[in-house]
Design a protein around this ligand. Structure first.
Ligand code: NIG
Ligand code: FE
Length: 411
């Protein structure tokens, strides 16, 4: 099956030369485009593209994109979309002055979600997550990483990971699973959390690995949650079971999370609201993608991660949604793109690289998605009629996505 997308006003984020796995420093400002373009899809992958007047051949199906721009779909490399309940009461508590850490200490936060999630069936959780997945797909997301972490018991964590496996099997999205057993410390382990770490390592992890349920292993390494030592133990065990680390770090404090992530070859360290110069230095020359979660900082009123400083220091930066009920109840990557520019002072081109190619890298998918390149999955969207690339982050809060194609099929 050959599908031709014709008369594209501008085809954005194409790769004509050597395909890049990520964009770093000054490269982040580069976005290659083709004006008045065509895009040819064959059997779900990108077969060719170029200026419209160079198109020759036949196709089984044609889509006229007159007036529309075409972008690769967003990659959202950090989400927690398998959960049972929303947490708007805590949202109000926060407005009244409680901090995220205070809510967590008294058993709210992640433990609140874990309680509701334990009571829900696998089918219920699947239905809810699928709905969220479809919602973000309509907003232009084509690849997504999903974490467990609202289980916190062996059975419940396995239940969440099986839901993610089922989503992988049924959804047209590119999905990666991340085992986040070390997300919160259950009440009964308070004061001796090393015993919970033992449970994660000795009981959960072998089951997760045996069933092949995860691509990555995560830890919430931060003040009030898991220590650097806990994290090191869990990551070492995860690596032994073939899982690459991809962790939460430096949300609450300069906690050593970045350093422990880099030490264990994490594919990404995520959050990074609390960054010193040592953290930036440590990321230089590493294969670890610094990933910022603008929705979380917005929702919790946290300090902003120094994205501009990191890019100016030559680092790559990725930006993901962190879609979850506690710190970012939105998976809208168009909004992340806007926040990247407005709050973090990235240019529209840098913001686009941060939400497509670099997030693809952060979920180990940049060979398949993240740009418009021959051989990659035909995952792209047609914009509504818009004046240009800059309009995408500029018109925040407005849905600029008109039609979404995944694996060459309209969804
Ligand atoms: O990425 N920071 C840790 N985990 C999630 C929040 C989880 C929750 O509050 O439910 C995050 O922000
Ligand atoms: Fe998170």
């Amino acid at each position: 099956m050959r599908t031709l997308i014709k008369n594209i006003k501008e085809l954005v984020q194409v790769e004509t030369g050597q395909q890049k796995s990520r964009a770093m420093g000054k490269e982040m400002a580069q976005v290659e485009t083709v004006e008045n373009a065509y895009l040819l899809v064959e059997d779900g992958t990108i077969k060719a593209f170029g200026p419209m007047d160079e198109w020759e051949g036949t196709a089984d199906r044609e889509v006229d994109a007159t007036g529309r721009m075409v972008f690769p779909t967003f990659c959202d490399s950090h989400t927690h979309i398998v959960y049972a309940n929303s947490r708007e009461h805590e949202f109000v508590d926060k407005i009244r002055g409680l901090s995220y850490e205070e809510i967590a200490k008294r058993g709210g936060g992640i433990l609140n979600s874990a309680k509701a999630t334990a009571a829900a069936s696998e089918q219920e959780l699947y239905d809810m997550a699928l709905q969220r997945l479809e919602g973000v797909m309509r907003l232009g997301t084509g690849a997504i990483e999903i974490k467990s972490g609202y289980g916190l018991t062996t059975d419940s964590e396995l239940k969440l990971l099986r839901v993610i496996r089922r989503l992988k099997e049924t959804s047209p999205m590119t999905i990666k699973a991340n085992f986040l057993g070390a997300h919160g410390i259950p009440m009964e382990y308070r004061g001796h959390q090393e015993d919970y770490v033992d449970l994660v390592i000795n009981e959960m992890l072998p089951r997760v690995a045996d069933e092949g349920l995860a691509d990555f292993i995560d830890v919430f390494c931060d003040q009030g949650f898991f220590t650097v030592e806990d994290t090191a133990r869990i990551l070492e065990a995860g690596i032994r079971h073939g899982l690459r680390p991809k962790i939460h770090a430096n949300e609450m404090a300069v906690s050593g999370g970045v350093q422990v992530g880099v030490k264990y070859g994490a594919i990404s360290v995520d959050h990074l609201e609390q960054m010193g110069d040592a953290e930036i230095e440590c990321l230089k020359g590493s294969d670890t993608m610094p990933t910022i979660l603008p929705g979380c900082a917005f929702f919790l009123n946290l300090p902003l991660s120094p994205a501009r400083k990191m890019v100016d220091a030559g680092l790559p930066v990725a930006m993901a949604s962190d879609y979850n009920p506690g710190t970012s109840p939105s998976g809208n990557m168009q909004l992340v793109l806007s926040m990247a520019c407005i709050r973090y002072r990235l240019t529209p081109e840098e913001a686009l690289n941060a939400t497509t190619l670099n997030t693809a890298y952060a979920m180990d998918a940049s060979r398949e998605v993240g740009t418009i390149a021959v051989g990659k999955k035909a995952n792209f969207f047609l914009s509504k009629p818009i004046p240009g690339l800059e309009y995408m982050p500029y018109a925040y809060g407005e849905n600029k996505v008109e039609r979404v194609f995944l694996n060459g099929e309209e969804v």
